[in-house]
Design a protein around this ligand. Sequence first.
Ligand SMILES: Cc1cc2nc3c(=O)[nH]c(=O)nc-3n(C[C@H](O)[C@H](O)[C@H](O)COP(=O)(O)O)c2cc1C
Length: 397
Amino acid sequence: MKNNQLYILLFGTTLTASILFILNSIRQKKKRKQDEEQKNEYLKCKSLNEFEELAKKLMKSHRFYYYDYKAGEGHTYKACRDYFDKKLRILPRVLIDVNEISLKTNIFGCLYESPIIIAPTTFHCLANIDGEIGTARGATEAQCIYTYNWMYSTKPEDEVLKTDGPKFLHIYLTTPKEILEKIVQEAEIKGYRAIVITCDHPTDRVRDNVLPLFEEASKTIDKELNQSMPMPNMNLPDIIVKQNLSTGSITWANIEWLRKLTKLPLICKGILSPIDANLAIQHGANGIIVSNHGGRQVDTAPPAIECLEDIVNVVDGRVEVFIDTGIRSGTDILKALALGARAILIGRPILYGLACGGHNGVKQVLDILKRELIYDMACCGLSSIDEINKNILYKHS
Ligand SMILES: Cc1cc2nc3c(=O)[nH]c(=O)nc-3n(C[C@H](O)[C@H](O)[C@H](O)COP(=O)(O)O)c2cc1C
């Protein structure tokens, strides 16, 4: 090969390599910019519905589907939303001094910054690598109570407890008794303020419907998920736990048993019938969460918000009444408090906040709710949570 041919070859190769290098750098820069934009897209969300839309866009579909799941045809969930939107209307009041509005809320004799509590949900690692630690951080920053789902947490409890901020402990009565006894007895020392007990999950129906489909999808398209889905709390070294959520044999006697184990307030979650509300009190509960489990249990069960007033009436101040399912704005919160709820719990939007912006996303979801609630209180001439009552509901007797 002649010298000049060699030069041309060398020049060509160098030129091609340089062009490839430049193209690659441009591509990487573009990708970094896109990632950065995507990472900050949540900052544009102005409502909880926008968070849900963004989470749907950003999350792998089977992960989103697991969170979004509703039982049956989703009638209960839809009915909850319809009840909030169409059956309850707010009657504003004018020319009342609302210069200073406080969301401070008294729950079991403790003063909290707001009436907003994070509901117990599962597998936060589907939303963000920080899992429950991210949620706990977001709750701490927004000064809201976080209900830690002991059994289905993907992060060790002690890591979660390192975050400041008030916490409730969530338990399943189906957890083996020897474990339950231990965690309930230790709860007070660990700093939990109350214990939330799932009462509306007698069998595995939801798992049958959702988890196998979800697990199938995870195996084939979501390898990283398989690695990040440990259930540390179910794998205590000294006890081999056979997961059994379908006993169907838990009863009010289990609540009485818990009552003897701790002085912490016990909150029965998933109550819709006034009969059950009375039974909960008789067996030692200090609180009731009127809840449809986010519409994930029995389809066509009545909306929790529709059941609230009857339960508040039958309870008649003997215990605290809380509510969840379908709460998506400060306006919804105001309506629930007007019907007699002490505070509200919020489920999916927290997970969507975590998915879109990590702990900052959780904080933003909670901050939106607080801002909306403050604004609506101002429009009704209300300066404090204690002033909220049925009079702000239009033609509601
Ligand atoms: C993904 C997911 C997991 C949940 N896991 C539990 C649970 O383990 N125990 C429980 O009592 N409720 C559970 N719930 C129900 C929530 O605590 C809460 O009742 C419900 O999400 C409130 O409705 P919302 O999502 O419309 O706010 C779960 C809800 C979701 C979305």
